[in-house]
Design a protein around this ligand. Structure first.
Ligand code: ZN
Length: 134
């Protein structure tokens, strides 16, 4: 498997619009669009930051993964995404190595990316996302 770069850092927020006000108006980043992904119960915004991006995630439901994360930890960094050149190949490789995965197969990610999460137990406590997008 080949990791190309840090694709983005995912930040769990309670209120996407208020968070965007800070990141765009104060920090001067650009929001490239808001997308709701119903099956994952999130609304996300991406803010390019040089060669990688920040991803702000707000839960669309009190029982979604982001709401649960905030209940437990408060707002903050929720995951780190690594860009890979071939996500299916990377998942096959990790399975072969016995690495615990949350997603055995890629699923749909914002902007049409293919994404998959590794289990934090396998990564020393970090929720790592693999992302392949053109
Ligand atoms: Zn992400």
């Amino acid at each position: 498997m080949k990791v190309l770069k840090i694709d983005h850092i995912g930040i769990a927020v309670k209120n996407l619009q208020e968070s965007l006000d800070f990141y765009t108006e104060i920090l001067g980043l650009n929001n490239t669009g808001i997308e709701t992904i119903e099956e994952q119960k999130v609304k996300v915004a991406f803010l390019p930051c040089g060669d990688s991006e920040l991803e702000l995630l707000e839960s669309t439901s009190p029982d979604g993964p982001i709401a649960k994360f905030i209940d437990k930890n408060g707002e903050g960094v929720q995951h780190i995404a690594l860009k890979v050149d071939d996500i299916e190949g990377a998942l096959d490789y990790l399975k072969e190595k016995g690495i615990r995965l949350i997603d055995e197969k890629p699923r749909y990610g914002a902007g049409g990316a293919k994404i998959a999460f590794l289990h934090p137990k396998a990564t020393r406590g970090v929720l790592l996302e693999l992302s392949e997008r053109k």
